[in-house]
Design a protein around this ligand. Structure first.
Ligand code: HAM
Length: 553
């Protein structure tokens, strides 16, 4: 049996009702803050992530789903060059060339591209055939494959049986033409007497390295640059969608997971750099979590400074690590050389006392960064959003500058970060765009749903009514269900083959409030028996009043 891939999962009803509940609530909140939705592709060029998230991060160095894409065999180019090379200038040599590029039946085999006649004949009457000529069915393929061989052999069978008269004693040849290098790549394949020709040249279009997005900020900034979104001033964008990281799966950690994120990005002149934006985003998050009934969150806040602060900090970190790094884990030893900041990501318990004593970025902030950070805190205090400062918080992605934050939630266990984000003032430029300061966050939707107090049953809208047709009444029942649904009622429709008892059971299982019986008499009288499944109360209701009755009006 084929199962869902490790780290992925099916989200099934009624559980999906919770996801819809969350998404509806966040869309409401985003609307109130004037954010609009952006949808970027699920895969992007690999370079986008290595240049933004950073080569040395866990995400890029070991967690991405990356593949070489678009290594396309350019069949047309090969055919053209092969035909040109095989054209004969010999007088009397008939070269019919590309007769059957898209061959008529019965040669409609995917791989047969050419039907060639060679031989000496009368050049003025090529259709008359040629003396001592031979027919060739020629296929072109990127490599010698069992499929290509099988298709050619099938063509030979068809040609021999159906064209025996026409071809008479002609020799029928099958030829598989592959790029020169490909003749050496599968020497173990039995070509079963088929003629294989290696043809020199490069017939592959250049390939591209693609990656399933491990996060969405890079995609949004790429879209900002590509679509000249600076023309719109300040962009306030949100997204909801799957992301992919090859992490070790555990509770709250998946290989396909979902993020609800937002980005505020634009030219500095549009206010994108202002601490007011940071505070607004954080206040929106507090509102959003409160609105979902998630109250016991903790906002951890830090400033990771700008690039010049970071250079000084990295220098100090390298120095401080030198005498102690030998005692640390292998990852930390590597990070100490390549990107010392990442040492703070280390989760190895034995390394923690060493990390505790390392210098902190807070000691290296320059004046503008310090002022910016203080302004963010002042607004948060003013609007009543509680936070705690954590100068060990460096986040797992390289693009951050200045404000960095995470919201944690106690109920989540080890994977307690419900969301993370921060500023990325240099990202657009790093990706070849104009200066465009920005700030954003991404909520782990899987974790958000896990922290809800609501249950799926609690938020699911159950059927208001179950319409139960008696024998022969499917049509009438469908008409009635259609009318009721136009009144915004949730209607579950039964089937005329069900006995009454089975209809009642189905209505109860579906959680319907009412059951409505559609029989011949009811249709004639234009009035229907409506039974409240909880109280057992049953009343006769005229068709025109049914919707009102069910709505409890
Ligand atoms: P991140 O911290 O890598 O940031 O991810 C944000 C959130 O996604 C995490 O706090 C967590 O809730 C969730 N998450 C991450 N990995 C997994 C996983 N394997 N399974 C389940 N949930 C997971 C970013 O992705 C940045 N793009 C956020 C951002 C936006 N910064 C600025 N703008």
């Amino acid at each position: 049996m084929i199962k869902a891939v490790r780290g992925t999962r099916d989200l099934l009803p009624p559980y999906t009702a919770l996801w819809n509940f969350v998404e509806a609530a966040v869309r409401d909140v985003f609307r109130a803050y004037n954010f609009q939705e952006i949808r970027t592709p699920i895969f992007e060029e690999t370079a986008l992530f290595s240049r933004s998230v950073g080569e040395e991060t866990d995400i890029v160095s070991k967690e991405m789903y990356t593949w070489e894409d678009g290594e396309r065999f350019n069949e047309k180019k090969m055919i053209d060059e092969w035909v040109a090379a095989n054209q004969s200038s010999e007088p009397g040599h008939v070269q019919l060339g590309r007769v059957n590029v898209n061959p008529n039946p019965p040669f409609q085999l995917d791989c047969i591209q050419l039907y060639v006649t060679r031989g000496l004949g009368d050049p003025s009457r090529p259709w008359a055939g040629a003396v001592g000529s031979r027919e060739e069915f020629v296929a072109f393929a990127p490599r010698i494959s069992p499929d290509a061989i099988a298709a050619l052999k099938k063509a030979l069978g068809i040609a021999r049986s159906q064209y025996a008269n026409q071809f008479g004693s002609y020799q029928i040849l099958l030829r598989l033409v592959v790029p020169d290098a490909a003749t050496r790549s599968s020497p173990w394949l039995n070509t079963e007497g088929l003629e294989v020709e290696g043809f020199p040249g490069d017939f592959f279009s250049s390939s591209q390295s693609l990656t399933l997005r491990p996060e969405n900020t890079a995609g949004v900034v790429r879209a900002y640059i590509e679509n000249h979104l600076w023309d719109r001033g300040l962009n306030k964008l949100y997204y909801i969608g799957p992301q992919f990281r090859r992490e070790r799966p555990q509770k709250g950690r998946y290989r396909q997971f979902y993020q609800i994120g937002a980005e505020v990005i634009g030219p500095a002149s549009a206010g994108s750099e202002s601490p007011a934006r940071d505070a607004e985003v954080l206040e929106m998050l507090a509102t959003l979590l409160d609105r979902l009934g998630i109250t016991d969150w903790n906002l951890e806040l830090n400033s990771v400074g700008c690039s010049s602060d970071r250079a000084k900090f990295n220098e100090a970190l390298r120095k401080a690590l030198e005498p102690v790094v030998g005692k640390m884990c292998a990852d930390c030893q590597r990070r100490a050389v390549t990107n010392p900041l990442r040492v703070f990501d280390c989760k190895v318990p034995e390394d923690q006392p060493i990390i505790e004593k390392l210098p902190r970025i807070s000691q290296f902030l320059d004046e503008p960064c310090r002022t910016h950070f203080e302004a963010v805190q002042a607004i948060l205090t003013k609007v009543g959003v509680r936070f705690s400062l954590n100068d060990r918080l460096v986040r797992g992605l390289d693009y951050y500058t200045r404000t960095a934050f995470e919201f944690t939630h106690g109920a989540l266990g080890a994977q307690n970060a419900i969301l993370g984000g921060g500023r990325y003032d240099g990202l657009s430029e790093a990706l070849g765009g104009p200066a465009a300061p920005g700030i954003g966050f991404a909520i782990g939707e899987d974790r958000l749903v896990m922290s809800l107090k609501e249950t799926a049953e609690g938020v699911l809208r159950k059927p208001d009514v179950y319409v139960a047709p008696m024998a022969g009444m499917n049509g009438e029942a469908a008409r009635l269900a259609r009318e009721l649904r136009q009144h915004d009622l949730v209607v579950e429709l039964g089937d005329e083959t069900f006995r009454l008892k089975k209809s009642f059971e189905a209505a109860t299982r579906a959680g319907a409030k009412y059951i409505l019986i559609v029989g011949e008499n009811e249709v004639k009288a234009d009035a229907f028996a409506v039974k409240n499944l909880a109280t057992g109360e049953q009343v006769q209701v005229a068709r025109a009043e049914l919707a009102g009755k069910i709505q409890g009006k």
